[in-house]
Design a protein around this ligand. Structure first.
Ligand SMILES: [Ca+2]
Length: 323
């Protein structure tokens, strides 16, 4: 009798106890494996790979202290450095023809492509050393705040492996599962990467030609326009900034801003949809009129500080290269 009760208690602990350390046994993963099987990915292989996935506390710690929590005056110093501009010039020397082809075919300026790759990975120097599988499993299964998003990315990692013949256990990236020169998360890799050297594979991890084309394609698909710039400094615009260093929308015309007393809006931007971004700069608060192109950069990374770092790095690169 006693042993019968004991085994019942043991069984209850097994079923109601802490969630399994083996990711392959988690109900979310079993459901994911079912969904992937419907899309042609081998279910047993998915579960075998998930059995190898490791929870990484370093990934959770990194998620809890992103650089975007800095103010602009500190954030910009990370990216707006002469060494990064010099690295852009060097990358341009190697890939000038590809960059110019991307601008011609996809309509995104050379310096903007360079700035994105420079901010993301310092021209491939910091592509990330986490296994994407471990990072995405950790965030999808042990980081409740963003679990739904990252479980979706984990699923996309398997679809990517299937589509491109890549081994999901071999792909490396950032703590958030972003991969390659341009740091594409799996769903973006699937949706927006292109085979820019036409060798039959979309390789953003080791092929800078595909990476350049894919960064340009991402911005192009999200609405980049060569008809206007990105940002211009303005004055007397405080009333249009309800929150400093906050997300932007593009909903005021340049004319409306000008009519309301904002100065510095370029004459050619009067009919465009714009927003005003307020930043805590090194010399005090600064205000910028920003176009749809700025908004497009925030589709790459939601932070307006990120988008401004890309914008200003692009400006410095263009100056250095006489673009
Ligand atoms: Ca290729």
């Amino acid at each position: 009798m006693q042993s019968w009760i004991k085994s019942l208690v043991v069984a209850a602990c097994v079923f109601a106890g802490p969630v399994s350390a083996n990711y392959a046994e988690r109900p979310e993963v079993l459901a994911m494996a079912d969904r992937l099987a419907e899309q042609g990915v081998d279910r047993d292989r998915v579960l075998a790979v998930m059995g190898e996935a490791k929870r990484l506390d370093s990934v959770i710690n990194a998620m809890n202290r992103p650089a975007e929590r800095k103010q602009w005056k500190d954030y910009r110093q990370i990216f707006l450095q002469p060494a990064r501009v010099a690295a852009a010039v060097e990358f341009h020397q190697t890939h000038q023809q590809t960059l110019e082809r991307a601008e011609a075919e996809l309509g995104v300026p050379v310096e903007v492509i360079l700035a994105i790759i420079g901010v993301e990975t310092y021209y491939g120097r910091n592509k990330g050393s986490f296994r994407a599988l471990d990072a995405l499993a950790t965030l999808g299964l042990d980081y409740p705040r963003r679990a739904e998003f990252f479980l979706g990315e984990l699923e996309s990692l398997f679809l990517l492996g299937e589509a491109e013949g890549l081994d999901p256990t071999a792909l490396k990236g950032s703590y958030a599962g972003a991969m390659g020169y341009g740091q594409f998360i799996p769903s973006s890799y699937l949706a927006y990467s292109i085979d820019f050297d036409a060798d039959g594979q979309r390789d953003l991890l080791n092929n800078p030609v595909d990476a350049i084309g894919s960064v340009a394609n991402y911005l192009a698909v999200h609405g980049w326009s060569l008809d206007y710039g990105i940002a211009a400094p303005v004055q007397a615009a405080q009333q249009f900034v309800p929150e400093m260093e906050s997300r932007i929308t593009v909903e005021h015309t340049g004319k409306a801003l000008t009519d309301a007393g904002v100065t510095g809006v370029p004459a050619s931007w009067q009919a465009l949809e714009l927003d005003v971004l307020g930043l805590h700069g090194a010399s005090g608060d600064e205000f910028w009129a920003v176009t749809q192109n700025f908004y497009v950069i925030t589709r790459y990374n939601r932070s307006p500080l990120y988008a401004m770092a890309v914008t200003q790095l692009a400006g410095e690169i263009a100056e250095e290269l006489n673009l």
